[in-house]
Design a protein around this ligand. Sequence first.
Ligand SMILES: [Zn+2]
Ligand SMILES: [Zn+2]
Length: 132
Amino acid sequence: MSDDPKLDAIEGNLLAKSHIVRERNRKLVQKKKKSVLQKTGRLVCEACGFDFAEKYGKRGEGVIECHHTKPLRDLKPRSTTRLSDLVLLCSNCHSMIHAKQPWLEVKEIVRLIKLAKRGGRARKNAPKRRKG
Ligand SMILES: [Zn+2]
Ligand SMILES: [Zn+2]
């Protein structure tokens, strides 16, 4: 990182762009989906277990997003993406990962989901709503 926040922002944007380009590599995404389907018979979010086909029926079959896990900062410009660099995520988990800088790792979002399930978000302090 440089001392100049502007430069960091530019670099951040470039990284984000090249991340998305990698994730939009259709051939690779198809390959990833195919290999997971062959192994497990379904496409589920690797963070939360969401299954588009289960939720939406036929329309959801084959629908899932691909996320590139390698920090692009560490990748050389011409390095190739391997299937093992990709994880399958539902749209929500994928958005959560990219919602803020720094991006979360998949294991971090898994942890967040667990925490939230356990009531990590203090619901008991929320004011009670009155009807009407
Ligand atoms: Zn998910
Ligand atoms: Zn992503």
